[in-house]
Every structure is written in structure tokens, then in C-alpha cells.
Design a protein around this ligand. Structure first.
Ligand code: IMP
Length: 533
């Protein structure tokens, strides 16, 4: 096609540029236009898409450094929910190793929660910080039983059979291999000629000692001769590097967060958590704009100064956000009724579509330098990208991390599927603590919904099951790589650039009709298998 000047406007870049510039605004809509409540109502992640930008760099150059509170920066924008089927010590350790942070739930006694925090803070990659120990009076039969149950073959022997007790010896498979009398006490078979290392030894040094000693296990002891951890030869090869790990700049320990409620007895719980080394406290409530939470923020500030970061919430409106920012929150958790296990909007008639909630609160909170955590409703990588584009600094996920190796609970099979339990903290199951192994005199799950004193419990969540997702050590890198590709498609290299270009109107958005949503999903196939990574 040639115009009257003999030029093909579609092939001549200068002419094409002039044509493009003749449009009053770029294609698509700005964030303000798409989030206009009067014309579009409340939106959530599936209601809109981000238009592609220009790809001028490889996806490996995309990075995700982000503030999760006013003072704490992470290398990945992921948090795991404080739920008793999502985050205990194992999840929190692995989340932190992978660059995020796990929030340890409080549907347990203060001592149990503090012990989990301690486990995270004491964790050192490569060192086993909770080895199974026995006393000299246990027998060969006890070692055999442990080996059969958990496969451990080198058992440290300490004075009282626990960690932080004087190390007396070690029993290895070799010590008991041909021992037929299973009632023999371990003091008669244990190896006492020990090769040990002292607390403070680096992983590299310890590995070197293990190699040259040719032993299977290397006990690490403190100045008092008490066992503090163990290094295993079989773990040597598994000692991967975690370059993104979330660590406190001073102590180099993993960053740990935990949830509490806002009742008076939560103050004593918090004291124990702080003594265990807590970095971030999450005030866990479905409706955070309350006198209880504001008083709790004041109390924490007065008692702990700025040494403890406070994530307050949950909120979904500017006004709720303003209250908590004024009270002194270091970050806000946003979401009400968007969680996969949640029935709050249905039962309480209160809540907000998550896209709008994240946008409205972020737009306000970011003016004060207060990061927003988009909590709930994240079903896939696309939702994470949209939450970040709407202004969130990080996303919190429950359902997506439930069913992983690191989430609490046992796997079970139903109709050939390997599943794990996942339940809302406002489900009757969680409020009545069905199947809880942990002790708890009072009910914190119910307190999240201000209903611990109710005679009749009104559920705001359901209990269900999710399929096995494998280890988060594979799942989180999958999420991260997907995010890199998403940001590359948008044409931004990091979250600061994403924020700037969304705010300036360079990154463009578009609504999706119901038909567009169907088109955007797999359609028209007789059958298919959805393998994600
Ligand atoms: P998900 O990632 O969509 O599964 O949502 C997890 C989030 O749902 C959590 O981080 C909580 O904010 C929220 N939540 C947890 N339990 C309940 C509940 O029982 N009812 C409503 N919301 C819940």
C-alpha cells in the first residue's frame, strides 16, 4: 500500500512514528483509568491484563529487591501466610533461604511458637540444628527404632538425651551393626573417641574437618561441651548455596516473622517471640482497623522501640490504612475476603475485590513509604505480577504454598491424588483446633475474627485439601523465573521501574470481558495436562 507521496507508511519508520504520535494517548488505559471505581467497579486480578511493552534485555536481568516493611528489604517478594496448614519452622526456614519470609502462625501455645522462631533464627544452612539425640541409658533397640522410622543412622548421645546438653558420644550404624542384644545400653556401644568442631565454625571449615576425619557425622559443641548442632557427611553434597537468602544484616541469621493477635495476653506471647529473636511481628486480624490493634501497635512501639517491625492489618480501604499508618505500622497487609479458603464476603457482606483493595491502599500507603503486602487470592504467577503492578511490594500466599513438602501436616491419598490439608484460620476446623498436635489454652484462630468469646462460632473460612506441589525449593524458583519473564514482557527490569512506569502511565492496562477471560485460558481441547514446571 502506497500513499499519495509514494511512501508505504507501514514500512517507513519515521512516518509510522508520526502516525503513532498523532494519537492523544498511548494504547490501552492508565492505572487510574482502569481502576476508576465509577466506571469499572471493584476489580480483581482476573478482570484486567497488562499490555506488553518493549523487550530490550534478557529475563535473567530482572531482579526483585523489595521492601517488605519500612526497614526490611528482601530479594524476592514472597511471604507465606500465618496459617496452621502453611507456616511453621520448616516453611519459614525455607522461605527465608529462598529470599522471602514465612510468618509463623499462632494457633499454638506461646512456647511452641517461640520454639519455632528459635529454630528459624538458629538455622544455619548445612548444620542440623535439631538432631535426634539419646541418653547413654537408651538401648540399641531405640537406635534401631529411630533408624527404621526416620532413616537417621548417627545418633549423638548427650547427658539428658537433648540438644544443649553435654555431648558424651555418638552411636553410628557401625557400632551396632552386629550387635544382637538389643537391650544393651548405648553407653556400652557408643563411640567416645569423637572428632568435634566448636560453635562458630563456618560451614566450609566444618566440611573440611568432616572430609579429613573420614567420619559420617561431625558434632558441633559450645564452650561448655554441649551439643549445639550436627553436620552430616551425606548432606555435604546437598549444601546448596542460597544467594537470595533473607538475613538480618547484623546477625546474619535468617529473618523470621510471626503472627500474634491483639488481645492483652498476646503481649506475653510477643515477649517470648522477641526473646527468641523475632524480626517482624504480624498483627493478625481479618479487620485490622480496630482499637485493639491500634493499642497493640502503641504498646509494641513503647516496649520495643523500632527494633521490631510491625506489619498491621488486614485492611482494604484508604481510611483503614490511614488509622494504622498513623498508629505507627511499618507495613500493611491488604485483603479481606479474597483468600482461597475464605467465605468472609459471603457471610459478612464485607470485604473488597482484591485488585482494587491492593491499588487503593498502595496508592495511599506508598506516599508514606509504607509497603503493602497483597494477601490472599494469588492463584498463579500472573496474579503476583498484577499485585506488584497495582503497587504491592510483596505478596502473601496461603493456598499456593499449602500442599508443599515444607507445609505442616501429613500427605494422604484420595482418588489417587496425593493431598495435604489446607484450612482457613476462620474455619470451624481451625477455630476448634481439630487435629491440632500443638497445645493452646485459648483460641487464637477465633480471635482473628473477634469471635473467641462467641457461644456459637460463625465460620469465615472452610477446611479442604490441596494437591501435592513438591518442595518449595523448586516451586519458589519456578515462581521467580515466571515473574522474570512477566516483567520482561512488560519491559521493566525491577520493581522500582515497574512502580515508576505504572505511575507515569507508561505501563498500560486493559479490562477483560468474560469472553476475553475464557479466551485467555486453555479452551477447545478434548483433554490436556497442565504441567507448570
Ligand atoms: P490464599 O493465598 O488465597 O489461600 O489466602 C490466604 C490468606 O487468606 C491468608 O493469608 C489470610 O489473610 C486469609 N485467611 C486465612 N484464613 C482465613 C479464613 O478462614 N477466612 C478468611 N480469610 C482467611
Amino acid at each position: 500500500m502506497v500513499n499519495e507521496n509514494g511512501i508505504n507508511p507501514f514500512l517507513d519508520p519515521e512516518t509510522a512514528k508520526t502516525h503513532l504520535e498523532s494519537y492523544k494517548s498511548p494504547d490501552g488505559l492508565s492505572i487510574e483509568d482502569i481502576m476508576d471505581l465509577r466506571s469499572n467497579g471493584g476489580l480483581t486480578y482476573n478482570d484486567f491484563l497488562i499490555l506488553p511493552g518493549y523487550v530490550g534485555f534478557p529475563s535473567s536481568e530482572v531482579t526483585f529487591e523489595t521492601k517488605v516493611t519500612k526497614n526490611i528489604t528482601l530479594k524476592t517478594p514472597f511471604m507465606s501466610s500465618p496459617m496452621d496448614t502453611v507456616t511453621e519452622a520448616e516453611m519459614a526456614i525455607n522461605m527465608a533461604l529462598l529470599g522471602g519470609v514465612g510468618v509463623i502462625h499462632n494457633n499454638c501455645s506461646p512456647d511452641e511458637q517461640a520454639e519455632m522462631v528459635l529454630k528459624v533464627k538458629r538455622f544455619e544452612n548445612g548444620f542440623i540444628t535439631d538432631p535426634v539425640c539419646l541418653t547413654p541409658n537408651h538401648t540399641v533397640a531405640d537406635v534401631n527404632r529411630i533408624k527404621a522410622q526416620s532413616g537417621y543412622s548417627g545418633i549423638p548421645i548427650t547427658a539428658n538425651g537433648k540438644l544443649y546438653s553435654i555431648l558424651l558420644g555418638i552411636v553410628t550404624a557401625r557400632d551396632i551393626q552386629f550387635h544382637e542384644d538389643h537391650t544393651t545400653p548405648l553407653k556400652d556401644v557408643m563411640t567416645t573417641d569423637l572428632v568435634i568442631a566448636h560453635e562458630g565454625v563456618t560451614l566450609e571449615e566444618a566440611n573440611q574437618i568432616l572430609r579429613s576425619s573420614k567420619r559420617g557425622k561431625l558434632p558441633i559443641v559450645n564452650a561448655r561441651g554441649e551439643l549445639v548442632s550436627l553436620l552430616s557427611r551425606s548432606d555435604l553434597l546437598k549444601n546448596l548455596n542460597f544467594p537470595l537468602a533473607s538475613k538480618s544484616p547484623h546477625s546474619k541469621q535468617l529473618i523470621c516473622a510471626a503472627a500474634i493477635g491483639s488481645r492483652p495476653d498476646d503481649k506475653a506471647r510477643l515477649r517470648k517471640l522477641v526473646e527468641a529473636g523475632l524480626d517482624i511481628v504480624v498483627l493478625d486480624s481479618s479487620q485490622g482497623n480496630s482499637i485493639f490493634q491500634i493499642e497493640m501497635i502503641n504498646y509494641i512501639r513503647k516496649t520495643y522501640g523500632t527494633s521490631l517491625d510491625i506489619i498491621a492489618g488486614n485492611v482494604v480501604t484508604r481510611e483503614q490504612a490511614a488509622s494504622l499508618i498513623e498508629a505507627g505500622a511499618d507495613a500493611l497487609r491488604v485483603g479481606m475476603g479474597s483468600g482461597s479458603i475464605c467465605i468472609t464476603q459471603e457471610i459478612m457482606a464485607v470485604g473488597r475485590p482484591q485488585g482494587t483493595a491492593v491499588y487503593k491502599v498502595s496508592q495511599f500507603a506508598n506516599k508514606f513509604g509504607i509497603p503493602v503486602i497483597a494477601d490472599g487470592g494469588i492463584q498463579n504467577i500472573g496474579h503476583i505480577i498484577k499485585a506488584l503492578a497495582l503497587g504491592a511490594s510483596a505478596v502473601m500466599m496461603g493456598g499456593l504454598f499449602a500442599g508443599t513438602t515444607e507445609s505442616p501436616g501429613e500427605y494422604f491419598y484420595r482418588e489417587g491424588q496425593r493431598l495435604k490439608k489446607y484450612r482457613g484460620m476462620g474455619s470451624i476446623d481451625a477455630m476448634e483446633r481439630v487435629g491440632c498436635k500443638r497445645t493452646q489454652p485459648d483460641n487464637n484462630a477465633a480471635a482473628r475474627y473477634f469471635s473467641e468469646r462467641d457461644v456459637v462460632k460463625v465460620a469465615q473460612g472452610v477446611a479442604g485439601a490441596v494437591v501435592d506441589k513438591g518442595s518449595i525449593r523448586k516451586f519458589v524458583p519456578y515462581l521467580l523465573t515466571g515473574l522474570q519473564h512477566g516483567l520482561q514482557d512488560i519491559g521493566v527490569k525491577n520493581l522500582d521501574q515497574l512502580r515508576e512506569e505504572v505511575d507515569s502511565g507508561k505501563v498500560r492496562f486493559e479490562l477483560r470481558t468474560a469472553a476475553a477471560q475464557i479466551e485467555g485460558n486453555v479452551h477447545g481441547l478434548y483433554s490436556y495436562e497442565k504441567r507448570l514446571f
